[in-house]
Design a binder for this molecule. Structure first.
Ligand SMILES: [Ca+2]
Ligand SMILES: [Ca+2]
Ligand SMILES: [Ca+2]
Ligand SMILES: [Ca+2]
Length: 334
């Protein structure tokens, strides 16, 4: 009997670990695990756009599945602008405002302005649930600050995704330095414990590349019904290598790239089987001389001009190119 109990205990422990590692696959770090992006970046509004942030704010959405009924937290890693991780210009003098919104007006599928990708529109729709300004603060340097707890029902309900939507706006309200930071959606205030089925997305992605030319960054836009072609725009890529579009049907289509302080647009046709799945935008750095501290902005819109979301955890998984079976190789039976 004792042996049986031990076996049951070991089995339970293993099962627990398997479940935990499974949850990790749904990991809610933003940028997401598969994206291979070190940080999000937002500059103070006195910064130069040539440093890689076109508008000095960034909007991210968090989705909580309806069947998740516990309270949750939104954690920010390195919310301060100073010390480690951040991009100094002269001396650190930037203040960054992080604000969490819930309720009506947040859901970007019902409130286009909320998407935050077109400058001049009110991206602050919804009820302000929490906010805080961070300057140069050793207390939060290379450490987490936690917003919450929040009740899922405080979000804006979206029936298509069967989820409550929350929004976090990051604004560089003063100064000229670059604030680098990450988010984590968590069930716990002090640890990163994923919320089952949770995800995060944005419509204008401003991020930092690794200082490593072997490193490839990925972002994963979701292609919804009715999309015939997409317009991909990138900003301040600094001529740093290639940007490729990969899907199950595309081996790697290069798009036009930006250089310094400019937007460049390119168009890519969408095949009907690509609808309802994710694309993989790959950012391959130039080889040879390293382009350091490269910050870049990316948007994608349909032929109708609707912005499409980039998900931290790609919907339907990472698309892998599958070569079509060549009919030429078919040998007729004699
Ligand atoms: Ca400064
Ligand atoms: Ca810092
Ligand atoms: Ca920071
Ligand atoms: Ca750049």
């Amino acid at each position: 009997m004792k042996l049986k109990t031990t076996i049951v205990k070991i089995f339970s422990a293993v099962l627990f670990l398997v479940i935990l590692s499974g949850l990790e696959l749904f990991g809610q770090s933003v940028p997401g695990k598969e994206e291979n992006i070190p940080f999000l970046v937002t500059f103070g509004k006195q910064g130069e756009t040539s440093w890689g942030d076109d508008d000095f704010y960034q909007v991210f959405f968090f989705s909580i599945k309806k069947d998740f009924t516990q309270q949750f937290y939104i954690r920010i890693f390195d919310p301060d602008c100073g010390g480690q991780n951040d991009e100094i210009q002269g001396e650190f003098n930037s203040n960054t405002l992080f604000s969490v919104y819930g309720g009506r007006g947040v859901d970007p599928e019902r409130n286009e302005d909320s998407k935050g990708w077109l400058n001049g529109l009110n991206y602050k729709g919804g009820n302000l649930l929490a906010s805080r300004v961070f300057g140069k603060e050793a207390r939060y340097d290379n450490k987490y600050y936690t917003f919450g707890p929040f009740n899922p029902t405080a979000g804006d309900y979206n029936s298509k995704w069967n989820s409550y939507i929350f929004k976090v706006v990051c604004e560089g309200i003063s100064g000229d330095d670059g604030n680098l930071y990450k988010y984590f959606l968590s069930r716990d205030a002090d640890n990163n414990i994923p919320v089952e089925g949770g995800n995060a997305f944005t419509y204008e992605y401003t991020f930092r590349m690794w200082n490593d030319f072997k490193s490839i960054a990925h972002i994963y836009p979701y292609v919804d019904t009715g999309v015939i072609f997409i317009k991909i725009r990138n900003y301040d890529w600094d001529n740093d290598g290639n940007i490729l579009v990969v899907s199950r049907y595309k081996q790697g289509i290069p798009v036009k790239i930006s250089n310094e302080d400019n937007w460049v647009e390119d168009r890519i046709t969408i095949e009907p089987p690509e609808i309802g799945s994710s694309l993989d935008f790959q950012f391959h750095k130039a080889q040879g001389e390293l382009v350091k501290n490269n910050n870049v902005v990316v948007t994608i819109e349909s032929q109708r001009g609707d912005a499409l979301p980039f998900f931290s955890s790609p919907i339907g998984g990472i698309p892998v190119y599958t070569p079509k079976i060549s009919v030429n190789k078919y040998i007729k039976p004699k």
